[in-house]
Design a protein around this ligand. Structure first.
Ligand code: FE2
Length: 181
């Protein structure tokens, strides 16, 4: 998208999070139209397909944000993603990111949205690690000052359990690996 490339080229950022909020036919995930008439896991799969398309086609970002946050939305009773079913596509997403020397964000806003954990969930954090992922940032998607670093202690525990030794921070888009746990 030329507008994004211009914006990134003409301004200085320490790091950029890419994320998917709208699917290709223009439907915003937080508006329930996207889910209407769709079988739950099929809707989730369509979202992950869109993420895959984006990570394959765009390069302006350093990490991909809140990769599984689609489970915040949709009027389903049990908002669980079937991660085993999604594995072929989430593996492709991670492999593409790793190949492109990009990373993922662990976004603790999931705790605020009642998902019971960060985005992505532990399963995906671990899988990203096991596929060779090294670049991983932690963010709280803060909308209010008091949300800053919310539940970072739990996110750090999860990262450690998944096998990470460092989190990543960026200066002028160059990754630096920091030991925080
Ligand atoms: Fe977002």
């Amino acid at each position: 998208m030329p507008q994004i490339n211009d914006l990134v080229k003409n301004n200085q950022y320490d790091f950029i999070i890419g994320s998917t909020h709208v699917v290709q036919d223009g439907l915003d995930l937080c508006v329930n139209d996207f889910f209407e008439g769709k079988e739950q896991q099929e809707a989730y799969r369509e979202y992950f397909e869109e993420v895959l398309y984006n990570v394959e086609h765009y390069d302006f970002f350093n990490v991909y944000g809140h990769i599984d946050f689609v489970n915040r939305y949709g009027n389903y009773q049990n908002k669980k993603i079937d991660y085993a079913l999604m594995k072929p596509i989430t593996d492709k997403i991670f492999k593409t990111l790793i190949e492109k020397e990009k990373g993922i964000e662990v976004n603790t806003s999931g705790f605020r949205y009642g998902v019971g954990g960060p985005h992505p969930a532990f399963e995906l954090i671990k899988r990203y690690h096991d596929l060779g992922g090294k670049i991983i940032t932690v963010g709280s998607d803060t909308h209010k000052p008091e949300q800053m670093t919310y539940k970072f202690d739990i996110a750090y525990k999860m990262l450690k359990e998944a096998g990470f030794e460092y989190i990543t921070v960026f200066d002028n888009k160059i990754p630096r690996f920091v030991k925080v746990f």
